[in-house]
Design a protein around this ligand. Structure first.
Ligand code: TMP
Ligand code: ASP
Length: 239
């Protein structure tokens, strides 16, 4: 498949057209941002790690019955995906209090919830991705009622699969952000990425942070955290 013109450059990825109209090529960068682009940096090797980890998770989820946009990994940083129109919602699932949840509700980080929570942000950089509920999403015409129901079900299913998967690697899946897209026939599929950029991963014993919070909070050893997660997922075998 031929890599054609760049269609879009995001904070962490570039998206290219291919000679197949329903297939796009995603190219992962080492660029990192936080706080809606206010903080900028580079995490060396991140693009390759996020590409491989995302593709691994998407294939695992497909096996478990979650449809995704994944088509084929082409190289260290490049992957073919199905073309979707992104539903402009950031779908966040939480198992343990952290980040904006802890801040907003004035609770400490690390409270293990009896049941996972779900929340939506309106994907809009100008507005700073404001928190909204599903009625707001409907009112704004971001998705239909049926699509929101599908997205909720799929997001909780992703959580069940990933929680069990990461626990075996001695990692607690604290929370994560998903994005969904519509194929040309309207089918909702999981899109975007699943990586230390978009998940909080804590070592189950030490509670050491193994994700992008090391960059967001200037905790140091940022690259090491990504490599550690890569090694846990791929067993130190990077082939
Ligand atoms: P939060 O606690 O800052 O709301 O983040 C919840 C989860 O969503 C966390 O795993 C990080 C992820 N996330 C993104 O992937 N992109 C974002 O822009 C933000 C704010 C969070
Ligand atoms: N991707 C986000 C941004 O730069 C930040 C984050 O992941 O915290 O806006």
């Amino acid at each position: 498949m031929e890599k054609k013109e760049m269609l879009y450059e995001g904070k962490a990825k570039r998206v290219y057209a291919t000679d197949e109209p329903e297939v796009l090529l995603v190219d992962y960068k080492d660029d990192a941002t936080a706080f809606n682009g206010l903080k900028k940096g580079t995490i060396t090797g991140k693009g390759a790690i996020n590409n491989r980890m995302t593709n691994y998770m998407m294939q695992l989820l497909e096996k478990e019955g979650v449809p995704t946009h994944f088509v084929e990994e082409l190289s260290e940083r490049e992957t073919l995906v199905k073309k979707v129109s992104i539903v402009p919602l950031e779908v966040i699932i939480r198992n343990i209090s952290a980040g904006s949840f802890a801040k907003r509700y004035g609770v400490e980080e690390g409270i293990v919830f009896d049941e996972p929570t779900i929340e939506f942000s309106y994907k809009n950089d100008e507005l700073g991705d404001p928190l909204i509920n599903s009625y707001h999403a409907l009112a704004l015409g971001l998705a239909t009622k049926a699509e929101i129901e599908t997205i909720k079900k799929m997001a909780f299913k992703v959580n069940e699969v990933m929680k069990v998967y990461f626990k075996k690697l001695n990692v607690d899946l604290v929370d994560f952000k998903l994005e969904f897209g519509r194929l040309s026939d309207g089918t909702i599929v999981l899109a975007d990425e699943i990586s230390p950029d978009t998940c909080r991963f804590w070592d189950s014993d030490t509670h050491e942070k193994l994700d992008k919070d090391r960059f967001r909070r200037d905790l140091g050893n940022v690259e090491d955290a990504y490599i550690e997660m890569m090694n846990r997922v791929f067993g130190g075998n990077n082939d």
